[in-house]
Write a protein that binds this ligand. Sequence first.
Ligand code: SAJ
Length: 435
Amino acid sequence: MSKKICVIGLGYIGLPTAVMFANHGLQVHGVDINEKAISMIQKKQLHIEENGLQERLNQAIDSGKLTVSTTPEEADVFIIAVPSPINPDKTANLDYVRSATQSIVPYVRAGNLVVLESTVPPRTVEDVMLPILRETGLEIGTELYVSHSPERVIPGRIFEELTNNDRIIGGINEESSRLTAELYKTFVKGTIHLTDATTAEMVKVMENTYRDVNIAFANELAKISEKIGIDVWEAIRLANFHPRVNIHFPGPGVGGHCIAVDPWFLVELQPELAKMIHLSRQTNDSMPEYTALKIKQILNEKGIKHGRVAVFGLAFKGNVDDMRESPSLEVIHHLEKLGIDYTAYDPHIKENQLSQQTQELEQAVAHADMIVILTDHQEFKYLQPEQVGAHMRTSIIFDTKHCIERGLWEENGFDVHVLGDAKHRSKYEKHTFSN
Ligand code: SAJ
């Protein structure tokens, strides 16, 4: 294929996508409003972390197939991959989608294809993008083709998933879908499924909402399990042996820029109908406070009035360097409100993100009464009690991600607490929870 592509937005999705097309022989021009990011990419430097991106970027720039700047250029295809966050009042913020669409209007020509990759509320292509694209004077559907091709990749494995995941492509008409599928066949090995634009938008939002609702269910089960004296992790593990059951896992909250955001799109569109979806969002958003209150309860039960806690994990999930919408920040906020002193430690997050953050493990646990694990990083799974025990004032560890080896820590004199696990508590302590 000898098409030229212009990619608007060079973030976590846009840059890997641009690089993929360039390294498969297409001429690609990448655009971003962030001048610093553009000058870094021009020098083959990365402004985001992703496995395998550096060598692929080097190849794309060295071959001359990828150029970048802050302004679009004429092309055969325009791909928009910009953020679609929520406003503080939980309504969709489509400003970037609007301005990116507006930015290509002067460059779009008859026969071009415009593809939106950003996750958006259903009907965005039809109701937000098309009115802007009509300003080109081109007839939509016959002179200008438009579709939604949502990204579905997970950070850390983007290149593998870009290649192997199935793709949903929804055009505003059949020709738009067909042209988009032909384009993505350049590197997609998974099956490409064709539908209409609004269905494709709904599918993407549904996938993330499914996960959010399922996690809320797991969090509710964790709270119930604590009350009735069982270990929810064991119960979920056993339930998932059923061939048609796939219960997700509880935790201190749901972070990231996707799963905690996309369900709100459906709540905004249909507030009267999206009841379970709304309740699930509230359930997951309540977990950081629940976690902080449990920390206080555990300290109080030990007779510790003004405890010091070592917070392990600032990233929104294990083994990533991304703090966006991280529940850890909310847990910390509630610890501050409860007057609990803390240090924060995360080997994946660069220093100076928080004033109480340290890069030194020893410093993080010095005089602490409790380690609270909020992120299941590999480093925490394999942490050894003797690395930290001697520096602590009291040997308590609270694992909200069920990632440490309980027996090992207990053998080393630690009082071990796990979110959603009251079974082990009742074995080691006489009292039950009441709040
Ligand atoms: N989490 C739990 N319990 C679980 C699983 C996750 O509490 O059982 C938490 C994590 O700790 C994290 C949050 O949920 O805080 C979200 O993590 P995630 O790994 O579920 O999702 P993301 O945001 O990294 O990526 C998701 C993916 N969507 C799905 O798996 C359906 C990815 O494929 C999408 O591309 C991405 O959203 C996106 O961009 O929409």
